[in-house]
Design a protein around this ligand. Sequence first.
Ligand SMILES: Cc1cc2nc3c(=O)[nH]c(=O)nc-3n(C[C@H](O)[C@H](O)[C@H](O)COP(=O)(O)OP(=O)(O)OC[C@H]3O[C@@H](n4cnc5c(N)ncnc54)[C@H](O)[C@@H]3O)c2cc1C
Length: 369
Amino acid sequence: MDRANIVIIGGGVVGCALARAASAKWKDVFLLEQMPKLGMGASSRNSGVIHSGLYYTPGSLKASLCVRGNKLTYEFCAAHGVPHRNTGKLVVATSREQEPRLAELIQRGRTNGVEGLRLIDAAAIRAREPHIAGTAAIEVPSTGIVASEDLVKAYARIAVEQGADIVTHAKVEKIDAKGGLVRVTSSAGEIETRCLVNSAGLFADEVAALMASEMARHRIYPVRGEYCEIVRARSDLVRGLVYPLPHPEGLSLGVHLTKTLWDTVLVGPTAHYIADKNDYESNPPPVEDFVRMARPMLPEIRAEDLMPAYTGIRAKLAPPGSHHPTDFIIERDPQFPNVMQLIGMESPALTSAGAIAEHVMGFLSDILN
Ligand SMILES: Cc1cc2nc3c(=O)[nH]c(=O)nc-3n(C[C@H](O)[C@H](O)[C@H](O)COP(=O)(O)OP(=O)(O)OC[C@H]3O[C@@H](n4cnc5c(N)ncnc54)[C@H](O)[C@@H]3O)c2cc1C
């Protein structure tokens, strides 16, 4: 049986960022991923946006880890050749009635420490985005885009160079955390570890349940998001990143327009609860729904401009009907003090991954030293 200092369950962006940070300090770091490749969950099925930290409740982990993660992501991508671009973005009000919400949002962003935010008028919107209709907008200079799969691979590559063992096809099926060491059984074998990190994304509640942790009460509700892509001949309709005001019920940031690193334009993601965490396909919305959602910002959009692209599934902690904002749960398990539980790692965890890793390293130092 292998002996580890740290076992990380989950090879998404968060697990891989943590494997990189942990393997810089400790030997015998293992990462177990159930799929044949890393990053096949939410970490490669997202908008690829490096968020600024504008939206989140002041004082929350999402706010602080996003602002810090934004800076760390740019630094990491520049240092390790991960494709990215600091595009900036617009959050657009499409009517005068919406404008007070822009003012509230800008205030919240400043409280969170987001720099360079400013309000612009309709003429300035048109100068920047000639096809976008808006009465006013917030200009957010620190937002950008990143090739999310390359980001996952780069974190993992460095972890391996530093000596970490990354094991794919390793679905964790049993965890015994009752003794001094945690025994982890996966489809790839058994490991005993001094410290375990649950970074299983959408399945983090189920992994917590495997060790009969009380933290499994934090149930994850899957919320699917579908994307369409604007056909190439019309991709000049959008130059950068254009967002509406966030969904009033807090379910998502709203269907936005994202110019990718490959100069295509994504329209999405939608947001609706689904019953099955593995259901990426059933009942996709018609393209007309995307036209309806995008048209207030992009009046020239037509159904024939759009083709279905891909879907992702969010790890939501809020049950259907709840409109309360939720935060990342990053805690040392009260029953099993050598286990770290990371639950509800929805957006902006792609942006925040480097900062989440830094934050978790503090707990790991306490556990291992
Ligand atoms: C539609 C959509 C758009 C988004 N857009 C953005 C954005 O623009 N910017 C941003 O910052 N964030 C965005 N996000 C959020 C971001 O993608 C996620 O928060 C982030 O990828 C979560 O990373 P993770 O490593 O926690 O989870 P995941 O990527 O889901 O990784 C978890 C891994 O754990 C593995 N696993 C699960 N159970 C087991 C087990 N029992 N044994 C072994 N392995 C297991 C899974 O296979 C998976 O690979 C978006 C998310 C979605 C769905």
